[in-house]
Structures are given as C-alpha cells and as structure tokens.
Design a protein around this ligand. Structure first.
Ligand code: SRM
Ligand code: SF4
Length: 589
C-alpha cells in the first residue's frame, strides 16, 4: 500500500474528490444544470459513477486548439444492463436517443451494455431520464463501484440459465450504490422504480466500517472499478477470468448447486510501469448457491478496505492478491465472513459459445444471434443495421440479449416467423453468422479514436480492414474454418480483453503516413492465449505498424498448419511451441 511522507496511507486525488462529493452529489449537481459545453475536473470524476464520461472529438482536437477554440466536448452515456437482458421498448428508447441526441450509432460493449456517444451537455439530463423511464439506468456503469454484472446471455429455457441470471440480477442490485444522489441529480428526486427488480438487502457481512448511507461502500466507495461475471464451465462467453470476482456454475441434476469462485482478474497495464500487469483470475473457493452473494460481498469488502487508495495504477484487486498471495487473501476473506471457505471443485473451463446463428431456445421458440462488427450498431453503405434492428423491434416486439463479444441475440421468435426474420436480415443487408468469416466472427475492437480520451492508436475504425487481410491470408493457407480470437485495443488498458485471447493487438505508439500526416499507429502483437480466456498471452512482436500485422503472423500460421497436434487450437499451438521461440525464428527469417 502507498504511504505518505508521515507514514500514513497516501490517498490519491480522486479519493479526496469522492469524500468531498457527499455520496456522489457535489459539485456535479450544480454543474449539470449550469451553462457551458463541459463540466470541471471534479464534476467529471463524479459523473463517471453516474454512468457518463466527458469526452472530446479527437479528430478535431488539434485543429481546434490551433484555432484557439475549445475542444468539441460531448458525453458518452453507458446504459447498465445486468446479464445483457433488454426488452423491445428499452432497445427502441436507446435507438431513439442515439438518433435524437447522439451520433446516430449505438455501441454494444464488451460488458453487455449499450453506449451512446456524442451527447451534448444540454441533453445529458434528459437522456439519463429517458433511459430511466424504460426501467434501465446508468448508475454505476462507470466509476469506482461494482460495474455491470455479466452473465451468460443464452436465452435457453432451462433451470441453469434462469438460476444464473437470477443470481446475477440479485448481486447487481445488492452491489448498486444506495445514495439518493443519482435520483436527485438526474430525476429531480423522483425514483422511477422497477417493481420486478430484486431489492438490495442489508449488509450480509457486517464490518466495522459499515456506513448508514452506503453500507457496502462507505463515503469513498471502492479504491477502483470492481467487476463481476457469471459463467458456465462449458461456456465462458463472459470471459470470467478477466473479472475481479467470477462465479463458475457447478451444475448437478439440472440445477446450479453452487459456484467455484475465482478472484483477481483484470487487463489494465502500463507497459512503462513494471508494477502493473494484466492477470487472469485465480481459484478462491467453492460456495453453495445460497451463500454466493455473502462470499462475493466479503471479497468486495476486503478489496474496499485493503485496495491501494494511494496509487490508482495499482488499485485493483489483482494487486492485493499479488502482494499478499492467494492464501493470505483467502484468510482475510474468511475473517470477514467469520467462517472457513471450502476448496474449489475441479471444474476447468472447456468451451465458449458465441450464441450466434439460429437455435431452439427450449420452449418451442427460437433465438437468433447476429454478429455486430465491433459492437457498432449503425447504418453504413449497404449495411442498415440500425434501421434494421429498429424495424425488427417495432414489428416483433420481442426481447433481446447483448453478449460480451459485442453482439446481439434476438429471442422468443416463433418457428413460423423464422422465414420472415431471414427475409428481414436480407432486406437490411445484415450478414448472418454463417455469412461472416470465422475470424471476423470472433474478433473485437474497443472504440479508441475518436471518442476515447486514452487512445494512442486507432482500433475500431481499422479492425475491419485488418480482418479483410486475415481473411485473404486464411484463404491462401486453407485455414478459413479455423477459430481463433483477435482482440484489438487502441491502448494498453485492455477494454477488448486483448491479453487472454489467441491474438492480442494492443495500440503502442503513434505512426506517420508516407506524406507525414499522423498514421493509424503501431501495435504490440500478443500470442498464446486462447478463446477459453484462462491463460495470459505473451508478447510476440512490438511496435508493429498496422499494415504489417498480418504479414508478421503469416509465418506462424504457416508453421501451425504443418505442426499442430490433433484438434490443437492456434493459441494452444503457440503456447506449446513458445511465443519467444516463434518470435526469435521470425526475427531470423
Ligand atoms: Fe474500458 C477506460 C471503453 C470494457 C479496462 N474504457 C475506458 C474508457 C472509459 C476511457 C477513459 O477512461 O477515458 C473507454 C471509453 C471509450 C469510449 O469512447 O467509449 C472504455 N471499456 C470500454 C468499452 C466500451 C470497450 C468496448 O469495446 O466495449 C467497454 C465498456 C464495458 C462496459 O459496458 O462497462 C470496456 N474496459 C473494459 C474491459 C473489459 C471487461 O471489463 O470485460 C476492461 C479490462 C478488464 C479490466 O477492467 O481490467 C477495461 N477501461 C479499462 C481500463 C483499465 C483499468 C485498469 O485496471 O487499469 C481503463 C482505464 C482506467 O480505468 O483508468 C478503461
Ligand atoms: Fe480507450 Fe484504451 Fe479502452 Fe481502447 S483500450 S477504449 S483506447 S481506454
């Protein structure tokens, strides 16, 4: 833990802002209603807890500065959707907002949420109100709190999926902030209540620090974001090992009887700071289902009390576990719980399902998973995805689910309407899963430029072209059917989870086009993770210009084709042979 000059624990500036905010209210409540296109630094930090980020258009930033003008400010609004479940009315409301006050796109995120981009300050309050009127909200979608809780979105009508979604919703409600600031700021004190939502419960693990307003969090909330996911051993579509807290369902007799709990996953890293690193979560314990929330609360409270509040770069749970060791961490969780934990069951993660294409859902109806490239719902050229989804939800009125691979699943489709849905896909130029190449289907990119303030390179805007190069190379090598995951980000923070997939492409630095103008950037290529997400990958090449990425990988795929073992995946092959050995050979060639 960081200490100040007098030996007292050091506190970062954000800790002081949280304390002064009086449970996330000040100075935001005044600044939201004031004139001007932006809010100040303090309000900006507190705004995150309410689910919004102040951003500016990076494409025009330099030019505007040269002209002595203010940056083109706007706000990103993140809609919290536990387990990725939405109904038609909620979809249509988000779509309408994207057109009325946003940039005419909706973005499905890697954590089963929607992001609206380009909202002007004058529209922020009405936007958040409209989201709430559909019984969704933006509370705690960002900030130092429990984030959107992930759950396998497969709309399969069986007890296991229903029980996991139920546990996900209960945990999301229990870990939500309870201060009235959200309603005071955005809804003028009115709480739009969802009678179907699970109720928060009193603290299940009472601790000395418990606070009357925020029993779980206290006045300074968490040291940093805290993320939770639910997964199945044979379907890790939520990438459970990338989360601070993960629940892997133990199924017996067709029901979830308990969970293996894993802790300490996280992707963010700063390459120049050796003290930071990505990590996949490690085993903590097995917990019977009725006790799952109580154990999760104890884990959250240990991180609340012992996470580093002096150094935000090292404030995630993974660093507490690294510094203490898992045994000492487990002992502290047991102390908070007041009882010993049970060792985890032997239940490795074996598979991942992207839930795309047509599937029977078990009640006579069908669901259809549609690939959404990089999660961006938009109309562009022949692809009219935004118009198409709007028409679909207006016509069918049935619900949907968002996946952690940035795609959408349309559910509850009667068998006699499947042809109508297929015709609708064609009418709007929407490619089905079968019409999408395997490599594109399993790829993801973060937004990066022009909205993300932390981007050092392009990501979402360039990945489609890189995918085209992959498709050509795979066709030449006869590997079109090969499943491997390519995750690209515009900086090392890891929003598209690039450190546990087969091929991670992480924005590294600026580059120049031949005419001297700014280029798309250079990237670090990581290899040796896999679709299952249970292993970190390793640096293969650094500072690779965008246009060289696929060329640098072709020799590895060529060897893989000849040397792979039976059924061996690309990631497993790279891991077995050794990424350093592959890189050394590439350097000699
Ligand atoms: Fe993220 C920060 C976008 C999932 C790790 N992330 C950001 C911000 C808010 C930039 C900022 O702080 O100014 C990005 C907004 C860009 C924009 O224009 O929209 C941003 N993160 C995203 C999304 C939209 C990427 C996407 O392609 O979908 C994802 C939103 C998820 C959601 O709905 O809540 C998103 N971010 C993730 C994930 C993946 C996950 O959680 O499964 C990670 C890695 C896991 C983790 O947390 O370690 C992730 N985002 C980060 C980090 C690094 C955190 C760290 O511990 O170091 C940052 C930077 C920070 O927090 O300081 C960050
Ligand atoms: Fe922005 Fe970096 Fe996250 Fe991409 S990975 S959205 S560039 S913070």
């Amino acid at each position: 833990m960081s200490t100040g000059g007098n030996g007292a624990p050091k506190r970062s500036k954000v800790e002081a802002l949280k304390l002064e905010s009086q449970y996330l209210k000040l100075p935001l409540i005044d600044e939201v209603n004031a004139d001007g296109a932006s809010v100040g630094e303090q309000a900006m930090q507190i705004l995150k807890f309410h689910g919004s980020y102040q951003q500016d258009d990076r494409d025009t930033r330099v030019q505007l500065r040269r002209e002595g003008q203010e940056p083109a400010y706007s706000f990103m609004v993140r809609v919290r959707i536990p387990g990725g479940r939405i109904d038609a009315r909620q979809y249509l409301a988000c779509d309408e907002l994207s057109r009325a006050v946003g940039n005419e796109t909706l973005r499905i995120t890697t954590r089963q949420e929607f992001q609206l981009h380009g909202i002007l300050k004058q529209d922020l309050k009405s936007t958040i109100r409209k989201v709430n009127e559909t019984l969704l909200d933006t509370l705690a979608a960002c900030g130092d709190v429990e984030r959107n809780v992930l759950c396998c979105p497969a709309p399969v009508h069986d007890a296991v999926h229903a029980e996991m979604q139920e546990d996900c919703a209960r945990l999301a409600a229990h870990f939500a902030p309870r201060s009235s600031s959200y309603w005071d700021i955005w809804l003028d004190g009115e709480k739009i209540d969802n009678p179907d939502a699970p109720r928060p419960q009193p603290a299940l693990v009472p601790t000395a620090g418990d606070d009357a307003v925020e029993p779980l969090y206290g006045k300074t909330y968490m040291p940093r974001k805290f993320k939770t996911a639910f997964a199945l051993p044979d379907d890790n579509c939520t990438d459970v090992y990338a989360n601070d807290l993960g629940y892997i369902a133990v199924v017996e007799g067709g029901h979830v009887v308990g969970y293996n709990v894993v802790v300490g996953g996280g992707m963010g890293t700063t390459p120049s700071a050796k003290k930071t690193f990505p990590a996949v979560a490690v085993d903590l314990c097995y917990v019977p289902r009725p006790e799952a929330l109580r154990v999760g609360e104890a884990v959250l409270k240990v991180q609340r009390d012992f996470g580093d509040r002096g150094d935000r770069k090292r404030a995630r749970l993974k660093y507490v576990i690294y510094d203490w060791g898992i045994d000492a961490f487990k002992a502290k969780v047991e102390e908070y719980l007041g009882e010993p934990l049970t060792p985890p069951r032997d239940l490795p993660i074996t598979e991942v399902d992207d839930h795309l294409g047509w599937h029977e859902q078990g009640d006579g109806n069908w669901f259809l998973g549609i690939p959404v490239e990089n999660g961006r719902v938009k109309d562009e050229g022949d692809l009219r995805l935004a118009s198409g989804l709007r028409a679909y939800f207006e016509r069918f009125g049935s619900p949907a689910r968002l996946t952690c691979l940035q795609s959408i699943i349309l559910t509850d489709i009667p068998p006699d309407r499947k042809d109508e849905v297929n015709a609708w896909l064609e009418e709007y130029g929407i490619a089905s899963a079968e019409e999408t190449s395997t490599v594109r289907r399993w790829a993801m990119a973060c937004p990066a430029l022009p909205t993300c303030g932390l981007a050092v390179t392009e990501s979402e805007r360039v990945l489609p072209a890189v995918m085209g190069q992959f498709e050509e190379a795979m066709a030449r090598l006869g590997l079109e059917e090969e499943r491997y995951s390519v995750h690209m980000t515009g900086c090392p923070n890891g929003c598209a989870r690039p450190y546990n997939c087969d091929i991670g492409l992480v924005g590294r630095g600026a580059s120049k086009n031949p005419d001297g103008s700014p280029g798309p950037g250079t990237y670090t290529i990581f290899l040796g993770g896999r679709v299952q997400g249970d292993r970190l990958n390793v640096v293969y090449k650094d500072y690779v210009p965008l246009e060289r990425i696929v060329d640098e990988l072709v020799p590895v795929f060529t060897r893989f084709k000849v040397e792979r073992g039976p059924g061996e995946s690309f990631g497993d092959y790279c891991h077995r042979v050794g990424v350093e050995a592959l890189a050394a050979e590439g350097a000699e060639a």
